[in-house]
Design a protein around this ligand. Structure first.
Ligand code: AVI
Length: 334
C-alpha cells in the first residue's frame, strides 16, 4: 500500500498483516522458552517511540551523544568516500543523528533520496515530513516495515549508504545479528556501504546507570511493552506483579533488560490461546542490548561477507561508528 503524505514525503506500508502475524507467532514462542521473553518490537508502539526519544535525552544515556560526536567529525569523510545517492536508514525513529549524514551528503552534491524505515508509522510519518521540508532537493520515500524482515527489498538508485545507528544492532540476539548481516551483505552492490553505530563494552556502573535512569523513563519504556501486549492481544499482564530490572550479563556482554515476577501467578493471552505461569522471581526478558569489542565485531562482519573499512570512536572510547563494505566486491569509491 502506498500513501502520499501532505508534504513531499511518500510513505509505503509493507505487509502490515503479515508483520502482525509474525509478531504474534514470535510472542507465542518466546513466552514458552526456557527464559521467557517478549519480542522487543512490542516496545515501539507510538507511546514507546516517544519514550525512547526521551531516553535519548537522558544524562545517563550517553549513546546518542557519543555517536553524534563521531558523526560530526566524520560525516564529511563518509560522504566523500561513499558518494551515496540514496541514504537508507533502518529503524529510523526520529533520525536525529542521521541529519548529520544528510547534511554532509547534500553538501557533497550526491544525495538524491532518503529512505527511512521504521515499524512505528506515526513516528515515521513525522520524521519523513520534517526531513522532506528541511531538504527540498531530496526525495523522501519512507517505509513502514521491519528491519529484520524487509531487508531483501531495500530500494535505491546508484551508490547506497545503509545506516543502522544508535547501536540498535545490539538489540538483536547473536543468531539474529548473523542473519541480519548476511542478508544485508547479500543485497549489497559493490558501491554500497553500511554505516553502523556500535556501543562498546565499558565500565559496568556506567552501563547499569544508562538503563536504570533516576527518573524512571527507561522503566516506563520497558513496561510499555506489557501495556502494548495487553492492548493488542487482550492479555492480562498486571504491572504490579512485575518489578523492573536491567543488569549486566558478563558472559554474554549484554544488558539484560526486562521484568521480574512478584509472586507466582498466571497471565492469559486469549488471542494466542495461551496461559503462561510465572513463578515468584522468574524473569521476563523484554530486550537485550549487546555491547561490542572491535575484534569480535570484525569477525562477525567477516563471516557475513563484510569488511570493516573504517572504525571511528569518540574521544572517550565509549562508542564506535563502522563503515562497512561488502568484501570481495570491487568498489570504485575506495
Ligand atoms: C534502541 N536501542 C539501541 C536502545 C538500547 O540502548 O539498546 C533501546 C533502549 N532500551 C532501553 N534504553 C534504550
Amino acid at each position: 500500500m502506498s500513501k502520499t503524505a501532505g508534504s513531499a514525503a511518500r510513505v509505503d506500508v509493507l505487509r502490515g498483516n503479515d508483520r502482525s502475524a509474525a509478531l504474534y507467532e514470535a510472542t507465542f514462542r518466546r513466552l514458552q522458552a526456557r527464559v521467557k521473553a517478549l519480542p522487543s518490537v512490542w516496545l515501539y508502539d507510538e507511546r514507546g517511540s516517544r519514550l525512547y526519544e526521551r531516553i535519548t535525552q537522558l544524562p545517563e544515556y550517553y549513546l546518542p551523544r557519543r555517536e553524534a560526536e563521531i558523526l560530526r567529525a566524520r560525516a564529511e569523510a563518509i560522504a566523500r568516500r561513499t558518494r551515496a545517492r540514496t541514504l537508507i536508514e533502518l529503524g529510523a525513529g526520529s533520525s536525529n543523528n542521521t541529519r548529520l549524514l544528510l547534511e554532509a551528503l547534500e553538501a557533497a552534491g550526491t544525495l538524491e533520496s532518503f529512505v527511512p524505515l521504521d515499524v512505528s508509522e506515526e513516528t515515521l510519518r513525522t520524521t519523513a515530513n520534517t526531513i522532506a521540508s528541511a531538504y527540498p532537493g531530496v526525495s523522501v520515500e519512507a517505509i513502514v516495515g521491519d528491519f529484520e524482515r524487509d531487508l531483501e527489498t531495500l530500494p535505491g538508485r546508484g551508490a547506497r549508504l545503509i545506516a543502522f545507528l544508535g547501536s540498535t544492532i545490539g538489540n538483536l540476539y547473536p543468531d539474529e545479528r548473523a542473519t541480519f548481516l548476511a542478508t544485508l551483505s547479500a543485497g549489497l552492490a559493490p558501491d554500497d556501504a553500511l554505516l553502523l553505530g556500535i556501543d562498546l563494552v565499558k565500565d559496568v556502573a556506567r552501563l547499569q546507570a544508562a538503563y536504570n535512569d533516576r527518573g524512571g523513563v527507561t522503566e516506563r519504556f520497558v513496561r510499555n511493552a506489557l501495556t502494548a501486549v495487553n492492548r493488542d492481544l487482550h492479555a492480562t499482564f498486571d504491572q504490579r506483579r512485575f518489578g523492573y530490572e536491567a543488569r549486566w550479563d558478563p558472559d554474554n556482554e549484554w544488558m539484560d533488560i526486562g521484568l521480574r515476577a512478584h509472586g507466582t501467578h498466571t497471565v492469559s493471552l486469549p488471542r494466542l490461546e495461551l496461559e503462561v505461569v510465572f513463578e515468584d522471581g522468574e524473569p521476563l526478558r523484554i530486550e537485550i542490548s549487546s555491547k561490542f569489542r572491535r575484534e569480535q565485531f570484525e569477525l562477525e562482519a567477516g563471516r557475513a561477507g563484510l569488511r570493516v573499512a573504517s572504525w571511528w570512536t569518540d574521544r572517550a572510547g565509549d562508542f564506535a561508528v563502522a563503515l562497512v563494505r561488502p568484501s570481495g566486491k570491487e568498489t570504485r569509491n575506495e
